[in-house]
Write a protein that binds this ligand. Sequence first.
Ligand SMILES: [Fe+2]
Ligand SMILES: [Fe+2]
Length: 269
Amino acid sequence: MSFSDSLPVTHSVPGPNGGELLFGIPCLEDNLAWGLADTDGGVLLVDVPEAAPVDRFLRENNLRLERVLITHGHRDHTGGLHALLRSHPADVWAHPRLGLKDATAIPADGGVFTWKDYEIRVMDTSGHSDCDTSFYLPGPALCFCGDTVFAGGCGRLFAGPPARMWASLLRLRALPDNTLLCVGHDYALENYRFGSRTFPDMPVFRETLKTVEAEADAGRIFAPVTVGGQSRSNPMLMADHPETAAALGMTGAPPEEIFAEIRSRRSAG
Ligand SMILES: [Fe+2]
Ligand SMILES: [Fe+2]
């Protein structure tokens, strides 16, 4: 079974008018297009890796696309946008530096805008690309974080020194523990295998790997994940933990250097 045949992630979250639907649609090799459907059937969508699976999900669930947010400019997050808009017209909001045609500019870092009754806070979480935005919705406690953080890992460092990404990860880690992180890719198996291998004396990675494997065997994607859970089980978010530093022989080193070491070991396989 290919990834795009996996079942969409669905999750009920509290909304202003009752239970609302959070969903994650598998696209391409391992991308997730996330959305929030309110009780009227209106949808806020985040990123469009490809149009067909999103179109199918909207039709099958009788949902109406209203707004699209874009986390960053990589093709695997925007490639389906224009095809989707042809069959599902909606307004697009994105960072002006992405240069997306007809898109409304989101506010700068720290700014707030709304979709219906939802407050959406803009967080600059760059470091994977030169312009990464995470969208935090404090009401339902959701954060759409693109390729900044993944279950058990984080995005590649395509823009700037590791300290830039480390600062972005710290901002996400500072969100309330119950916040659901809606991550842009499903790399959980590879990430927790890496964590188990790299930190054999820290049981949390092995234990989480067992859970991820059980979910995968049941055909389920290990997402969304919580800020609290990730702050205790994602090695990229644990660079300032004494145990992590000790395991790498880096006790006393600055956290951004420890983070850089973990990230480069992950890239090396
Ligand atoms: Fe990306
Ligand atoms: Fe991506």
